[in-house]
Design a protein around this ligand. Sequence first.
Ligand code: FMN
Length: 186
Amino acid sequence: MRVVKDRPGVGLHPLLAGRWSPTVFDSAHEVDPSEVELLVEAARWAPSAGNSQPWAFVIGRRGDETHRRLVRHLARSSARWAPTASLLVANLCHRFVEDTDWDYSEFALYDLGQAVAHLTLQARGLDLFVRQFRAFDRAGMAAEFDVPPHWEVTTMAAVGRVPPSDPAAVVERQRRPVDDLLWPTD
Ligand SMILES: Cc1cc2nc3c(=O)[nH]c(=O)nc-3n(C[C@H](O)[C@H](O)[C@H](O)COP(=O)(O)O)c2cc1C
């Protein structure tokens, strides 16, 4: 896979151009409950196949009991940075029809990803940043929150503010070039 050091294209909407995934969060910042509601509202209005809406979220605000329960199941790598974010979110996907191995929707994972993308952009609108991650104990998390077998804890997201002057917050970003994304190639 070809990747190049790059930055978002000129003219991209500021919500998109200003999005990136930090691993350094302001450990003093708190998200207002009304902002949490807006993040969920953004996910709620995402499109989904057949309007199946195969998503749900466990949300912990740093300092509350849900946050403590989420932190317990982070992997060693994410435990280094995720707990300082203002929110931790477990992103749940409705994978199967209850008590069967039939897909609830062929596009359930796709749709969950899209809902989280909407949440991520709404976060930018609130001057918040999101890092999605897989580095946690999926089975442990499911057991902790009594997630039934037809649902899956697919990913997590850390949401918060980035300390303005923290040099560790500046990341080099790489992307595949535009030519590689377009088919057919000449
Ligand atoms: C589904 C998914 C899983 C991810 N898992 C991890 C992870 O376990 N640990 C981590 O540090 N970042 C994780 N990331 C963040 C990506 O590494 C990051 O989005 C990517 O490097 C691009 O950087 P950018 O979001 O700043 O553009 C994940 C992102 C997604 C969408």
